[in-house]
Write a protein of this length. Sequence first.
Length: 142
Amino acid sequence: MTNREMKSKVMAIGNRLSSRMDRHEAFVKAWAIVKAGGLELAVKGVSFGNRQEALKRLAAYAPDQVRAVLVPEPTNPADPAAVAVFVGVQGGKGLFRLGYVPANLTAVVSALGANLPALRVVSGSWGWVEKTTYGARVALAV
């Protein structure tokens, strides 16, 4: 990416963010996102309901077979700015609500748009009982 292209992306993202936060803070965030090549964030709410079982099944697929879609939920009673993360498998029957974008990042994600090139499923064991729990991270490219 040329210097001119980078500046253009910073200005575009910064201007979109400035309507949601302080202008200086918006451009600092925009610069960090563009410099990093995008934004990666943890999906919240993945332990609710049957989402752990869904993540366990998603872990069996190659990353390029899993697609993610961001859906704003302005009618969400808990948070009108909420952005849900839906996932599906290539050739699957539909999309499944996996969780939500963290509340402190909804303004940034809304400014970037819904271009999700990857969903990465991560797992680990912790706690007193050896039980595998799963989590998900989404990557937004700029």
